[in-house]
Write a protein of this length. Structure first.
Lengths: 372, 331, 324
């Protein structure tokens, strides 16, 4: 995808340039904050304190981070096969349906340690199934996957609203949502888990799904870089025609990549539904699927980068809501603006500064290289 | 951080003198509609603003944007030592219940939901009674014998508005036809004026000449459509008569402003009590609005008719059906 | 029967109102995609324009100045999209997403800062809106059965932007298929290298296409806040940018079929409002959600090749790199 100039060393490309882009986004955000009459530095201070300042804040930050790891990985896997999966939102939503059905069906009869694997499988299977249709249409009928996945987001939303309003709603409830899962259908919170071993931390929505997110990072790394499938998948992503001559079926790889991608997106439900809400709710995906695209791009489609980018967006979400809490004139919408700017500068305009940095680098670094 | 708190403290101190001021730190958590929805949340906002202006006591506030934030915001308020904490809307019920258990010494008030805890005051309204009254007015004002209702999100609460309205209309004119539309089944339905305007137009097309909107921000589109088409409209929750004088027949008042104000005021005066407050016509919790903006639209005969209905309801001669009692509307 | 006919005509009337912003935005998307730029930020551009148009109309009392300002705002966003995707060869989908998100936040933030109404602009007086134009003799003709009803209810009584939107369709057709610019536009979306070889700047052409896209989205946005409604409200586009995108694809990247798709989607929306809670013979009550999802389902079915083939411009989505 991106033609990175080979001349630049890795640290410039992977660390310096993303930092410069981030700084640009924050600078423009600062101007907006200034324009509405608040101090940008104070805002940044509130934001960082709100995201890291105390254990509960950190818990919230990591809770958001967990969602972004899942959706970021989902986008990245598809990306390696040259596909743009913009449907993470819908896949996560439908994944939540699968997970919710398992929890609602078995939470009275099965213990937690049996429900958990079932829930993981169900969210993955439903998410994958929702990604499979656009994948099939791309592979066999040539439909543009960006468009079909956008459409599938809307279809998923309508379907879920229909099911929640007409079928799954808890009788007597105002909001379209199911009944709460019983205890065996709930993932333990991290503060609960830490309490078992005698460590007291303040309660936060952070739950054990973050461990699964990290496991997924590792599995994705193995899958993409250490298995034959991953190799073939990347080959298709780099050049489908050439991969075809090498005997790799690009159709199969499209299905595989999107299946894995959808499954990863489906895991958002693990954090949101089984971890925090304990029921299926309307719009629980709250845009995490879309943010995953930015996460994946910033993280250069690598699990390590994705964890870092997820953390950044976790800070934006949590720090942003704390900022809105502290400074009444900065409301929730300013935070959306900041997120939009980060996506703009780190995603769409990611290579804006590359030529300048390249020139600078060459001017200052070359003499020293010549000296060696 | 500390400096910030000190500054706030100093500002509070300057504003209204030392003593009880520092003790009371009220807080309000608005729901997703936002405090300027011209309707439900805005009613609460007006109530707490009134409190601030009268007493000089500032309050903390937050507008939630996603479901997780409800609990987070309520808890942060309690953590910061806010007391009382006001939760707005039925959607905050479960979150408030959880947080209220964690902070048994903090007083919570929730509007539109019942949370049964010793430190929670639940305020609910008999919206069907107020809707009955505006239904009476709608039927009196209608020349075609056809009136409309546009709801926001399709939930039992809104059906309760609709059912009371229909009953009121039929009380005056048993042959009247009432068209009902709901904007949608997700929270987005509270904020879709374009859809509201189309729904209202579709009702006007079928002959309706008065439309009642219980739809939050969506109502703005309904009222605009009524104005453009030269029909009458009925506002909801807050007094919305001022929006389009000459078009707004009246507004069904749901005194969330009073509930919000008295939650804070009661806490200040020491009269705040936990438990359920179910406010209907008799308690002045609901009603209809008559002011300089709509006095030309409401004739003496209409006033008489609606006053009679009002008295009959309070006296128990008219039983207004509560949709939420049995999830059905017999009309 | 006459009643039923009137209701049907009124539903069509509502269809025209609802389809207008879709038609404009779909044509906007058509210009962008024909030139090889995927634009999912139709939504954001409409939203930005709706806000700026309403704010300007509030300040100046003129709907026309509002329209102009809305167009300028939308064009500026289109240029930003171009700057990211054409000049810097950034990812087109990401740039579109960023613009959508940016506008969702920025419009409300500025609205709040200006008016303190939670992002809404103050209600516009009639003078500052595009009002319905009643055609001559509509009142008299309306008594003539059938044709009179059609004339009075369907043709007459819309605001100027509705008529403008539908006039834009043949205009777009003419530009795309009958002008030199249109020929080059189509070529640059199919094979930019060939256009480049012919000595025509790919960058220049794509920026021109984005300019057209921006102007059309700008009109669509102004329609929302100064004609269809009388104020700007948070997220007032409510996904119409995406429906327009679907309509453009459904129309296979051609102006007239795209317009028909918009009319179909608009009709679904209008019918949904009227069929709500109505029990139909055979099917019973149709869930509203089905109507909401139908545009997307139809588009997917079409894309799947079950309704003829839909082929996107070949180069759409790929930045052009000259030196290869």
């Amino acid at each position: 995808m991106s033609e990175t100039p080979a001349k630049l060393p890795v640290w410039v490309d992977l660390i310096l340039i993303p930092l410069i882009n981030l700084a640009m986004a924050l600078a423009v955000s600062g101007l907006i904050v200034l324009a509405i009459g608040e101090s940008p530095l104070e805002a940044l201070d509130f934001m960082l304190t709100g995201a890291f300042g105390y254990d509960q804040a950190l818990g919230y930050t990591l809770y958001y981070t967990t969602n972004f790891i899942f959706t970021g990985l989902a986008v990245a896997v598809a990306f390696h096969a040259g596909l743009f999966n913009i449907g993470g939102e819908g896949q996560a939503y439908i994944g939540g349906l699968g997970l919710g059905l398992v929890c609602l069906a078995f939470d009275q009869s099965l213990p937690f340690f049996l429900i958990l694997p079932l829930a993981i499988v169900a969210s993955a299977a439903f998410g994958a199934a929702w990604a499979f249709v656009p994948a099939y249409l791309q592979a066999y009928r040539g439909s543009h996957i960006v468009i079909t996945t956008i459409m599938f987001n809307f279809i998923a939303s309508a379907l879920m609203v229909y099911l929640l309003v007409n079928v799954l709603i808890e009788p007597g409830q105002m909001s379209p949502q199911t009944r709460a899962f019983a205890a065996s259908g709930q993932l333990p919170y991290v503060h609960e888990a830490l309490a078992w071993i005698g460590i007291e931390v303040a309660p936060s929505p952070l739950n054990l799904s973050i461990l699964w997110a990290l496991v997924c990072c590792f599995l994705v790394w193995i899958f993409i870089w250490r298995t034959r499938w991953g190799y073939e998948l990347r080959a298709v992503g780099l050049n489908a025609a050439a991969a075809g001559y090498a005997g790799i079926s690009s159709r199969r790889m499209i299905l595989l990549a999107m299946g894995v991608s959808g499954a990863l997106a489906g895991f958002v439900a693990l954090n949101e539904l089984m971890g925090v809400q304990h029921r299926i709710m309307i719009d629980f995906t709250a845009g995490y699927g879309f943010t995953g695209i930015a996460v994946s791009l910033m993280g250069r489609n690598h699990p390590v980068g994705i964890v870092m980018a997820s953390l950044l967006f976790g800070v934006l979400y949590q720090g942003g809501s704390e900022l809105a809490f502290e400074v009444p004139r900065i409301n929730r919408d300013v935070v959306v603006v900041i997120q939009g700017l980060v996506i703009l500068f780190s995603g769409a305009l990611a290579y804006m500064f590359t030529p300048y940095i390249e020139a600078l680098y060459l001017r200052f670094a070359r003499p020293s290289m010549a000296a060696e | 951080m500390l400096k910030y708190l000190l500054t706030i403290g100093m500002m509070l101190g300057l504003a209204m003198g030392p003593a009880q001021a520092a003790d009371l730190e009220p807080a309000v958590v608005f729901d997703m509609g936002g405090k300027f929805d011209k309707s439900f949340n805005e009613g609460v906002f007006n109530g707490v603003e009134k409190f601030r202006k009268e007493t000089g006591i500032k309050y903390r506030e937050f507008e939630v944007t996603n479901t997780t934030q409800r609990e987070q915001a309520l808890r942060r308020m309690a953590q910061r030592g806010a007391d009382p904490v006001l939760g707005v809307g039925f959607a905050q019920g479960p979150a408030l219940e959880k947080v209220a258990k964690e902070y048994p010494n903090v007083r919570f008030t929730i509007i539109d939901s019942v949370v049964d805890l010793p430190n929670v005051q639940s305020v609910i309204f008999k919206e069907h009674e107020g809707s009955f009254l505006v239904g009476v007015l709608a039927a009196e004002a209608s020349k075609t014998g056809k009136v409309g209702f546009v709801g926001g999100m399709d939930i039992p609460l809104i059906r309760r508005f609709a059912c009371g309205y229909v009953q009121g209309v039929k009380r005056v004119n048993p042959d009247a036809e009432v068209f009902q539309n709901m904007t949608g089944s997700t929270p987005a339905a509270w904020n879709n004026p374009t859809k509201g305007s189309e729904l209202a137009k579709s009702q006007f097309d079928r002959g309706a000449d008065v439309v009642y909107a219980a739809a939050g921000g969506t109502g703005i589109g309904v009222y605009q459509a009524a104005k453009d088409a030269g029909k009458l409209a009925i506002g909801v929750d807050s007094n919305q008569n001022y929006l389009h004088p000459g078009t707004m027949l009246t507004s069904m008042l749901k005194r969330v402003d009073v509930a919000a104000y008295s939650a804070f005021k009661g806490a200040k005066d020491g009269t705040w009590k936990p438990g359920i407050r179910n406010l209907g016509l008799a308690e002045n919790g609901v009603g209809w609005a008559l002011d300089e903006h709509n006095k030309d639209l409401v004739s003496a005969k209409m006033i008489e008719s609606v006053d009679r209905a009002s008295k009959d309801i309070v006296a128990g001669h008219i039983k207004v059906h509560d949709y939420m009692a049995d999830n059905s509307c017999p009309f | 029967m006459a009643d039923f006919f009137l209701l049907f005509v009124l539903t069509l009337d509502s269809t025209l109102r609802l389809a207008t912003p879709l038609v404009l935005a779909a044509l906007a998307g058509l210009f962008a995609e024909r030139s090889g730029v995927i634009d999912i930020s139709l939504e954001g551009k409409m939203l930005g324009s709706a806000f700026v148009a309403a704010a300007t109309a509030t300040a100046t009392g003129s709907a026309w100045l509002g329209l102009l300002a809305g167009i300028l705002a939308s064009v500026a966003l289109a240029m930003l999209h171009g700057f990211a995707c054409i000049t810097h060869r950034g990812n087109q989908v990401v740039s579109g997403l960023a613009i959508n998100m940016l506008m969702a936040g920025l419009t409300v933030t500025l609205g709040n800062a200006f008016y303190g109404q939670g992002g809404q602009t103050p209600p516009l007086p009639d003078e500052a809106r595009f009002l319905e134009l009643v055609w001559p003799g509509a009142e008299t003709f309306s008594r003539v059965p059938l044709l009179g009803t059609l004339y009075a209810e369907l043709l007459s009584g819309h605001n100027i932007l509705v008529y403008g939107a539908f006039l834009t369709v043949p205009l777009t057709w003419w530009v795309v298929y009958r002008t030199r610019f249109g020929l080059r536009l189509r070529a640059v979306g199919e094979n930019p290298a060939a256009v480049d070889t012919a000595g025509i700047s790919v960058t220049h052409l794509r920026y021109l296409a984005m300019l057209c896209c921006g102007v059309l989205c700008g009109i669509a946005g102004a329609y929302l806040s100064t004609a269809q409604n009388a104020a700007f409200g948070r997220d007032m586009t409510a996904g119409q940018g995406y429906i327009a995108l679907a309509a453009m694809i459904f129309g296979k990247w051609r102006p007239v079929p795209a317009m028909l798709a918009c009319l179909l989607f608009g009709f679904l929306d209008a019918a949904a409002a009227r069929l709500q809670g109505v029990h139909l013979p055979l099917t019973g009550e149709i869930p509203v959600q089905l109507f909401q999802a139908l545009p997307y389902i139809l588009t997917v079915v079409l894309l799947a090749g079950f309704m003829g083939t839909a082929v996107a411009p070949k180069a759409s989505g790929t930045p052009y790199i000259k030196d290869r």
